[in-house]
Design a protein. Structure first.
Length: 369
């Protein structure tokens, strides 16, 4: 039995002065306008006619780049994420001299994310401060600021990845999720995986995955996995997802919900570095697979077993049922194989598979779309 997963985390930020931020966790400072006694300044406070103040009900939960980051990609946007809608928020950026940075601000996800896209792009190896001001229509206007420095200038990426295949070493990767269970699952892995680049055009990249045969070559008896289209605008870094993605392990269909992958290709296109995957896996879809590995195949029993190792089954993004476990694999590396992967549409149905299914018409085997 072979299974395979390849395995992209931001800083917790607080908004106003209702609670002290956790500085040890990298939280950013928050500035909040309003009187020290809690009375609002918007004209509706308790000290202004006895009415209840209109509070700010949202907080910043993620910021990219993190406060204090010293390696932000100067080509990348800046993103603030809140735990609720903040219509009318203002995102501004200044350089170390306090001069405003030109760009455009884009709200997203129902005004819960605010993205700043510099125009032109930021300068390399330069310090900046980004500030999100929100809740301006309440009695508790708030702002969150992060200070960061951009990375050195990146050399242009000139090689073509199209048609290249990379063997990904799972045995030396860092499996952080599912907590406690990852080493047990890793013990059941006797093969790694392959990543093939179907298309590389400028800022776009299409990657698909497949099982290797134990010798860094493709196992043509296993169906390949189609990943979402990837972003290569920050080359040599690429990112894929998050998006629900169907994969197959030895004929077992598995849906990886909100699959996200990112990593770096080498400048000469011969290796893959720092690959990182996150996803949620519905245990209801892998009960047969887990049964072979761990000896239990009922979803509730699997979740109970996982809890014993320190991993809880949480709500699945697809239907909200508590049967999803997190998967996270970091620091995976890969080397180019020198071969080109073939897209295989159906397991045990390819002319190069020596164990074709009796129901498969190999002479007219299914083509990948």
């Amino acid at each position: 039995m072979r299974i395979a997963c390849l395995t992209l985390p931001l800083i917790l930020c607080c908004n106003d002065d209702r609670g002290a931020p956790d500085k040890g966790g990298g939280a950013v400072d928050t500035a909040s306008a309003g009187a020290d006694d809690g009375v609002g300044t918007g004209g509706g406070g308790a000290g202004d006619g006895g009415e209840e103040p209109d509070p700010c009900l949202v907080e910043v939960v993620d910021v990219s780049p993190a406060d204090g980051a010293a390696d932000h990609d100067y080509r990348a946007p800046l993103v603030f994420t809140l735990d609720g809608a903040a219509p009318g928020a203002v995102l501004s950026v200044v350089d170390e001299a306090g001069s405003p940075v030109a760009g455009r601000t884009e709200p997203g996800d129902g005004d819960t994310t605010w993205t700043f896209r510099p125009d032109p792009e930021l300068l390399p190896e330069t310090a900046y401060i980004a500030t999100l001001s929100f809740c301006g229509n309440t009695d508790e206007p708030a702002s969150v600021s992060v200070a960061f420095t951009t990375m050195p200038l990146v050399d242009p990426f000139t090689c073509d990845l199209t048609g290249r295949t990379f063997w990904v070493d799972l045995q030396t990767a860092t499996w952080t999720e599912p907590a406690g269970v990852a080493p047990l699952l890793l013990g059941g892995l006797d093969n790694d995986i392959l990543l093939g680049v179907a298309r590389h055009e400028g800022a776009e990249i299409e990657i698909f995955g497949g099982a290797d045969d134990g010798a860094r070559a493709q196992d043509f008896c296993q169906a390949t996995w189609a990943f979402p289209a990837g972003d290569f605008s920050l080359a040599p870094s690429f990112s894929v997802g998050p998006e629900d993605t169907a994969v197959s392990f030895n004929g077992f269909p598995v849906t990886m919900e909100q699959l996200a992958i990112h990593g770096d290709f080498s400048a000469d296109c011969t290796s893959l570095e720092d690959a990182h995957l996150t996803a949620q896996i519905d245990v209801r879809t892998i009960k047969e697979l887990v049964g072979e590995l761990l000896g239990v195949d009922e979803p509730d029993t699997i979740c109970t077993l996982m809890a014993g190792f320190g991993t809880s089954c949480d709500a699945c993004p697809s239907d909200g049922e508590p049967y999803c476990i997190p998967v996270e694999v970091a620091d995976a590396t890969g080397a180019e194989t020198g071969a080109t992967m073939t897209c295989v549409a159906e397991a045990y149905c390819h002319p190069l598979c020596a164990r074709n299914d009796s129901d498969c018409d190999v002479a007219d085997f299914p083509e990948c779309e």
